[in-house]
Design a protein around this ligand. Structure first.
Ligand code: ZN
Length: 129
């Protein structure tokens, strides 16, 4: 566990992660339920499908949103897993502590800001760092 985090900080971050996890799960469930109803309504009401392109693009935006939520949920699950394993708050690349300030902004952060920036540029840091 990141020794620069106090127990209270860690607890607060864990709560934030769980809260976000619950919200995303609920939203996803609501969306999937709504989709089923909407699909059914379309089958009943829009048999001729003359607005199909519009519906397709709406659907695309929805799917993108769901995919973002799913990716976020995976990040949060991974962070909760790291808490359970005592590896939370430690950069997955360089092994340095991730500063509490960064975790406050992004509780699910897996990498320190330097490694994250390197990843965004498409370079993996050397394993020996
Ligand atoms: Zn790092």
């Amino acid at each position: 566990m990141n020794p620069s985090l106090t127990a209270a900080q860690r607890q607060r971050l864990e709560q934030a992660l769980r809260h976000e996890h619950d919200e995303l799960s609920a939203r996803r469930k609501a969306y999937l339920g709504g989709l089923t109803r909407a699909e059914h309504a379309r089958e009943v009401l829009l048999q001729d499908g003359d607005d199909a392109p519009q519906r397709a693009s709406d659907r695309e935006i929805d799917m993108q949103r769901v995919e973002e939520d799913v990716a976020r949920l995976a990040d949060i699950d991974a962070a909760l897993q790291r808490i359970a394993e005592g590896r939370y708050g430690i950069c997955g690349d360089c092994g340095e502590d991730i500063p509490a300030k960064r975790l406050d902004v992004a509780p699910h952060a897996r990498y320190c800001i330097n490694c994250e920036a390197q990843r965004e540029r498409g370079h993996k840091p050397a394993a020996s760092l």
